[in-house]
Design a protein around this ligand. Sequence first.
Ligand SMILES: Nc1ncnc2c1ncn2[C@@H]1O[C@H](COP(=O)(O)OP(=O)(O)OP(=O)(O)O)[C@@H](O)[C@H]1O
Length: 240
Amino acid sequence: MSAADGRFDAAAEEAEPSGPLLQVSGVQRSFPASGGPIHVLKGITMEVPHRRLVMLKGRSGSGKTTLLNLIGGLDTPSSGEIWFDGQPIHKLGDDKRTVIRRERMGFIFQAFALMPLLSAYENVELSLRMAGTPRAEWKSRVEHCLAMVGLERRMKHRPFEMSGGEQQRVAIAKAIAHRPRLLLADEPTAELDSQMSAQIMSVFRTMIQSEGVTICMTTHDPTILEVADHVYEMVDGTFI
Ligand SMILES: Nc1ncnc2c1ncn2[C@@H]1O[C@H](COP(=O)(O)OP(=O)(O)OP(=O)(O)O)[C@@H](O)[C@H]1O
């Protein structure tokens, strides 16, 4: 482990701030439509402490992705509040939400896919550039994150030279590189076989321990749900 990594692990073990990392209260989200508004989220309340792995499950169309988008500041609620790391995400403008996303959140979403022309190494490095991490830390951090997902030998490869599972692991390394407080993942194991899914979940568990991150993800997979600290079940825009 490099000196930089050692420093970070020490930081991760510092006492967490009191209170939850994420607080969602009474959140509703409606979308306008020709036949009248569609009420997708109908009053969601959840509280996620630091260093937890929470999962959202529910049928297709129940509102899981809509909720992840709101938590990640990619969208704003029609009503209700979302507090993340002491910040009222629901009240902030686009610019402030973008800064919080870049610096304190990580995403494993289809829409944040890998850059096809960049190698695994360069893809992960991009997160550090975007987050404003000092350049001197890039090399050790990129190598550490790719090693954490077992890809230390594939750093020079570009996405099209890797399997689906390997690409997903690069996406995880990229999402975690800038040391986010919260990692949001939409169906991160959807395309993977059960062995690879289990490996991804083990990487998530390791990251919670060593990086102090909190993970909020969606899944349909019952075997994956067993690994969660807490499962929220969504039915038709509410938790049951
Ligand atoms: N921008 C939008 N405008 C109108 N309706 C929307 C919009 N975004 C989402 N919806 C609707 O909200 C509902 C919930 O969608 P969402 O993607 O959150 O579901 P989900 O639980 O993530 O489903 P899946 O498991 O299939 O990804 C769907 O009926 C969808 O059509």
